[in-house]
Design a protein around this ligand. Structure first.
Ligand code: ADP
Ligand code: ASP
Ligand code: MG
Length: 442
């Protein structure tokens, strides 16, 4: 079984949606090794619109929510008209979108909480997959629509439950021994209360990797609008190039530290079961893209990524610091507020660390004040350089510092693993840092 995930732009227009078959090339005999599960995102722009609609509801602005809903519904009416060619197809498509937009509009009559918000956010993937399934039916290609809400599950800590997913998905797949093509929704899932929830923005990549891990698929393919992971952020730096091979560890670091092509957690499930992941381009299906598999190559710097929205917290204490038990007490504060720490550095009198989740920032600072003086710097960016940084290699780190000699660096993290060096800079210096590193390293 292969898992093929298509992102928002890859299903962004009726024309694009029709072109997916060039990539899927369905094998209709249903033989076991050629089976495919196709994971679809919402049509490009849809989730953003649904976020805006939810925001309007949360603000009590029903008029604005109504206007935005109508605008999106109108776009889908055109989409349906262009996707289907037969009377039956057009009727199926129209009834489908009318159902979903009536549902979105109906939230005007309810108390609107984050639970309703998550239901609204799920509508994009529910529509794209059902539309694609109707389209395949219209042109005579057999497929089965698998409702992700029947098997994708997260626990009370919002962590996916891979065993549950594997068990439930396998049971569903076993009902269709003669089918080769399955379609399901990315991004959406159920939480521990059984409510509709999601895997956070960009989460369809995570769905694909989780499904791949859960059923021990042969391969996961992430089809997007660029030919693989580039060696720097192509939105910021010009002249970036695709990296042909990454180890799981390197890809995981890049995804976590801001390479938007992959959801931050999406490498981990595939990594755990060593399932190869390919990053491929729907617009250029024959391009090699990036293969994520195996161990990292020696002697190469692979890529640079940046993650914004970072807060640095410094705790300074005369009483402390490297006394045993101190760091544990500091970490416990973050644990109590379920706030992950990204970077950490220590000295005899102070410890600096970074977080990106500010939900409990005030509470955390208040508790940290018991340990000493606390300083907080906002608007920070982590720059992460990934490649062979094993400690017996000389020279790479000095090239990194040389490239950044004109930029103030707030923190450095090196030695945590053999394949990355992370630096914290002011967000206003990010662009210059990425460009300068690019010129020096590649
Ligand atoms: P999809 O909708 O298919 O999930 P995304 O927009 O989430 O696509 O991810 C693809 C985009 O990621 C690219 O268009 C590119 O602008 C951006 N991107 C950021 N960093 C990188 C990188 N290092 N390599 C490739 N693409 C990157
Ligand atoms: N549609 C969701 C989003 O826009 C999930 C995804 O595209 O991966 O965030
Ligand atoms: Mg994405």
């Amino acid at each position: 079984m292969k898992i093929l995930k298509f992102g928002g732009t890859s299903v962004g227009s009726p024309e694009r949606m029709k072109k997916l078959l060039d990539v899927i090339r369905p094998n209709l005999s249903g033989s076991n090794d050629e089976k495919q599960i196709v994971v679809l995102s919402a049509v490009a722009g849809t989730t953003n619109s649904l976020v805006e609609i939810s925001q309007a509801y949360l603000n009590g602005d029903k008029r604005k929510a109504g206007e935005l809903t109508k605008e999106l519904h109108d776009k889908y009416k055109i989409f349906v008209r262009e996707l289907f060619a037969t009377e039956q197809g057009l009727t199926n498509g129209k009834e489908l979108i009318d159902y979903h937009f009536t549902l979105i509009s109906s939230f005007a009559n309810e108390l609107f909480t984050p639970i309703e918000e998550k239901s609204i956010l799920a509508q994009g993937e529910l529509m794209s997959t059902a539309l694609y399934h109707f389209y395949l039916t219209e042109i005579g290609v057999r497929s089965v629509l698998l409702p992700a809400l029947d098997f994708m599950k997260i626990d009370e800590d919002n962590e996916p439950v891979v065993e549950y997913i594997g068990e439930h998905l396998t049971r569903i797949l076993n009902k269709y021994p003669d089918q080769a093509l399955f379609i399901t929704q990315g991004y959406i899932c159920r939480n521990s209360f059984g409510e509709i929830d999601n895997l956070r923005r960009g989460g369809s990549d995570y769905t694909a990797s989780l499904i791949g891990a859960a059923i021990r698929a042969e391969e996961v393919q992430i089809w997007t609008d660029i030919s693989g992971m580039h060696n720097n952020d192509p939105r910021i730096v010009s002249g970036t190039k695709p990296v042909s091979v990454l180890s799981f560890e390197e890809a995981a670091e890049l995804a976590y530290f801001g390479a938007k092509i992959l959801h931050p957690q999406s490498v981990l499930p595939a990594q755990k079961y060593r399932i190869p992941v390919r990053l491929l381009n729907t617009m250029e299906p024959d391009a090699h893209g990036t293969l994520i598999a195996g161990e990292s190559e020696k002697g190469k710097i692979k890529s640079i990524a940046a993650k914004d929205g970072i807060i640095a917290i410094k705790i300074q204490s005369s009483r402390m610091l490297l006394a045993y038990g101190f760091l544990r007490r500091v970490f416990e504060v973050f644990e109590r507020y379920k706030t992950p720490i990204d970077m950490i550095t220590t000295s005899e009198v102070a410890v600096s660390l970074t977080i990106d989740d500010t939900t409990y920032l005030q509470e955390i600072i208040k508790e940290l004040n018991d340990f000493g003086s606390v300083e907080v710097d906002e608007n920070q960016t982590i720059i992460c350089v990934v490649g062979d940084f094993s400690f017996d290699k000389h020279g790479y780190s000095s090239r990194v510092f040389e490239a950044l000699k004109h930029i103030p660096i707030r923190m450095i993290s090196f030695g945590g693993s053999n394949y990355n060096i992370s630096l914290l800079v002011n967000t206003s210096d990010k662009t210059e840092a990425l460009r300068s590193l690019h010129n020096r390293l590649f």
